[in-house]
Design a protein around this ligand. Structure first.
Ligand SMILES: [Fe+2]
Ligand SMILES: [Fe+2]
Length: 286
């Protein structure tokens, strides 16, 4: 297996100076202000705010868990990786939260209280479990829950989110694109780190495999809920604003307008299942 560059020096060379500079340049080309259509269409603005609230919840959880992992990292490589991830998540949280607050202000809503409606009890239970495991100092277990289960199941959705929002809010689509690149890295590096840390301990690997399997079925319930809800909401607003979504794609070459609701839901779950199975195999958790 080739060596993975977990160093902060390597990360600073590649991520902030190249990837983020590119992302920031792309974002500078899209106006930050909310597009007119979001100010004019109440149903579209509601879906937009709800989705931003969900991004804010996920990114805050990722930030809190990554931060806790820094304290308990067992190797210098794991320490550097947790620190990098913490900075990435802080950036995502700040960016999504800023857009969410902008959308709330445009609707005359107070800054606080935007996330409660979207944080369903099974997700809250999963997040509490992540915090408990991370705070108890079980580094590899908490890393598996965060990077391989929560992010591992969520990151395939970022590609769909990016395509859904592209015609409505290009600035949000650009944010999602940037975060997607980081999340892909967190999942891949997380899988390598878990595999390396468990390489010489088959008993612990079996325990982490069981933990990841149980967490996956708990999160499958959460994702079934969010996918059904958001695809339903997007479908309804896309029907209401046919011209706006006329060219919007669900997958490359596949128009949302030509894809029935059930087919959209099926395609998204298929992406989650295949990408996630691939990630667990990469981590040696099979
Ligand atoms: Fe993130
Ligand atoms: Fe992440």
């Amino acid at each position: 297996m080739s060596a993975v560059d977990y160093s902060i020096a390597g990360w600073v060379r590649r991520v902030p100076s190249l990837q983020w500079a590119r992302d920031d340049a792309a974002r500078a080309a899209t106006p930050d202000a909310l597009p007119e259509v979001l100010l004019a269409s109440r149903p579209l603005a509601e879906v937009h705010r709800l989705d931003l609230a969900l991004f804010e919840v996920f990114e805050e959880a990722a930030l809190r868990v990554s931060g806790a992992l820094v304290r308990r990292a067992p190797t210098p490589e794991a320490l550097a990786f947790s620190a990098q991830q913490t900075l990435d998540e802080a950036r995502h949280h700040e960016q999504f939260r800023a857009r969410h607050l902008l959308a709330r202000a445009a609707a005359g809503l107070p800054a606080h209280g935007g996330t409660a409606a979207i944080l369903i009890p099974p997700l809250q239970r999963f997040l509490d479990h992540c915090y408990e495991v991370a705070d108890a100092g079980s580094f590899v277990e908490a890393l598996a829950l965060m990077n391989l289960v929560l992010e591992g199941m969520a990151f395939p959705l970022y590609a769909y989110e990016q395509r859904y929002w592209a015609p409505v809010d290009p600035a949000l689509a650009a944010l999602v694109k940037g975060a997607f690149a980081d999340e892909t890295r967190h999942c891949a590096f997380g899988a390598r780190t878990v595999r390396e840390l468990l390489a010489s301990d088959p008993e612990r690997r079996a325990r982490v495999t069981k933990l990841a399997r149980e967490a996956r079925s708990a999160m499958a319930e959460v994702f079934r809920y969010y996918v059904a809800r958001f695809v339903g909401l997007f479908d309804a607003v896309a029907r209401r604003h046919r011209e706006l979504f006329a060219g919007a794609e669900l997958a490359p070459g596949r128009l949302i307008a030509d894809t029935p609701y059930e087919e959209q839901v099926r395609m998204i779950h298929h992406s989650i299942d295949t990408e996630h199975a691939r990630l667990l195999a990469k981590a040696g958790l099979t």
